[in-house]
Every structure is written in C-alpha cells, then in structure tokens.
Design a protein around this ligand. Structure first.
Ligand SMILES: [Zn+2]
Length: 109
C-alpha cells in the first residue's frame, strides 16, 4: 500500500514508533474511512468557522437554539460537535439534535 500526503506522514510517524506494517495499514485505513465519513457529513471549513466565531456569542447562541428537528419534531438545539460550513448563501450549521440525536441543520443568508 502506498501512502500519500497526510497518510504518508501518519505512516512515517507510526514506523518511527516501531509499529509493524500491517498495523500501520490498518490505522491508515481507519483514518481514511473517518475522512470519507467527515466529507460526507460536511466538515467544518476554516473560513466558515472564522466567520462563525467572529459573531457575538449571543448571536451564535440564538442560532444554536430554536432549531426544529425533523426526527422528533421538537424545537431543539445543536448537540456539541456540530459543523459549520459555507453554503451558497451563507453559513450552514449541521449537527445532531440534543434531544433525540437526529440530524439537524440550519442555514441562512
Ligand atoms: Zn430531535
């Protein structure tokens, strides 16, 4: 298996730590799977995150609360670990309902 980019860095690090090749491959594969998962779920992008963080805390709190969850039907808030991304018209928040764990999202201009 050939490692490139961050996976190469990871593999080199593991080799230095004395990890054997089959274990390295296993670890790198797990990392790749996590990355795919994150891409599909929308990772936080840095630019969006900076914009989000530039807003006053009260404004962010407002946006993190009062979200309608399509799964449990209640007015809920984002559980910790939500993502911030840039959408076509502004920011998009994606995460999980703090009540039922269902996927919720919020976007605005
Ligand atoms: Zn819910």
């Amino acid at each position: 298996m050939i490692y490139i980019g961050k996976y190469k860095v990871m593999a080199d690090q593991l080799r230095r730590d004395g990890t054997d090749e089959s274990q390295i491959e296993k670890n790198v594969r797990e990392e790749m799977e996590r990355d795919v998962f994150e891409i599909e779920n929308g990772t936080t992008d840095l630019e969006a995150y900076r914009l989000w963080k530039s807003w006053p805390e009260e404004r962010r709190e407002d946006h993190l609360n009062g979200v309608l969850c399509g799964n449990c039907g209640s007015l809920t808030s984002f559980a910790p670990g939500y993502n911030v991304r840039k959408g076509k018209w502004g920011l998009i928040l994606q995460g999980n309902c703090s009540k039922c764990g269902g996927r919720i999202r919020k976007s605005w201009r």
